[in-house]
Design a protein around this ligand. Structure first.
Ligand code: CA
Length: 250
């Protein structure tokens, strides 16, 4: 029997969301200091409230297939900065913005885009794990440009695949965002291998660990045992609109 590879099936909702890109609403999830419990930052996440049942990850997967991921990625960050500013969130909270490396192609466009992301508060660019095995020079060049503007660099979902561990050495992040799967199974062989690489990197760089997916007090205790000083997850609140975040944390 011959098995034919077909394109991934994408839901109607993802297709609708991609068409309705202008209906994208940036939401913000708190980043918390595990020592003080204080909210120290917010991660911007794209949401489509007008499209029922849409999974943002699927929208990005579809954008990748259609070759428009960098357009979507750039638009999401620009909208997030605009919304964070208008809701008065950039003053005092670090703004975490996801950045997909496979979208880094046009250097002049990237420079202009980074200029547009500068705002009153601290900006953290989260280099997402997708596309890290691509053009390392372009990623490195973008990271250097971002640092020149005073932005911090995070590496997202570290431990989700081997590429994220390899990327520690060329991205040199200030913040290592530990994938939620490590927190779920901290004693597995895979988690031990990930933590060994992460600890080696932390010891040589002075970077900090942010644990993703903290849903309970048990998760929080685990995250602290793994060496995390920052955390994110349902325990501290889901993503909500800029206005909601302002109300909750003012
Ligand atoms: Ca992220």
């Amino acid at each position: 029997m011959t098995i034919t590879r077909t394109a991934p099936v994408t839901s109607i909702a993802a297709r609708a969301a991609l068409i309705a890109i202008d209906d994208m609403v940036p939401c913000f999830q708190p980043v918390v200091s595990l020592k003080s419990d204080a909210v120290v930052g917010i991660e911007a996440l794209a949401r489509w409230p007008t499209v029922e049942g849409v999974d943002p990850a699927e929208v990005f997967a579809l954008a990748r297939i259609r070759g428009v991921v960098s357009d979507i990625d750039f638009a999401c960050r620009t909208a997030a900065v605009k919304e964070a500013r208008s809701a008065n969130l950039t003053d005092g909270l670090a703004l975490y913005l996801n950045y997909e490396p496979s979208g880094i192609t046009d250097r002049a466009r990237t420079e202009a885009h980074l200029d547009a992301l500068e705002c009153e508060g601290d900006v953290v660019l989260e280099i997402t794990e997708r596309g890290l095995d691509g053009d390392k020079e372009s990623v490195r060049s973008m990271v250097d440009s971002a640092r020149r503007r005073g932005f911090s660099i995070a590496l997202d979902d570290v431990g989700s695949n081997a590429g994220t561990l390899a990327a520690l050495s060329f991205v040199e992040p200030d913040i290592v965002k530990l994938d939620a799967s490590i927190l779920r199974r901290p004693y597995s062989f895979r988690s031990a291998r990930v933590m060994s690489s992460v600890r080696r990197y932390i010891a040589s760089s002075g970077a900090v660990i942010l644990a993703e997916g903290i849903e309970s007090e048990r998760d929080r205790a685990r995250a602290i045992r793994l060496g995390a000083t920052l955390g994110q997850g349902w325990l501290f609140g889901a993503a909500s609109t800029g206005a909601d975040v302002r109300t909750r944390f003012s």
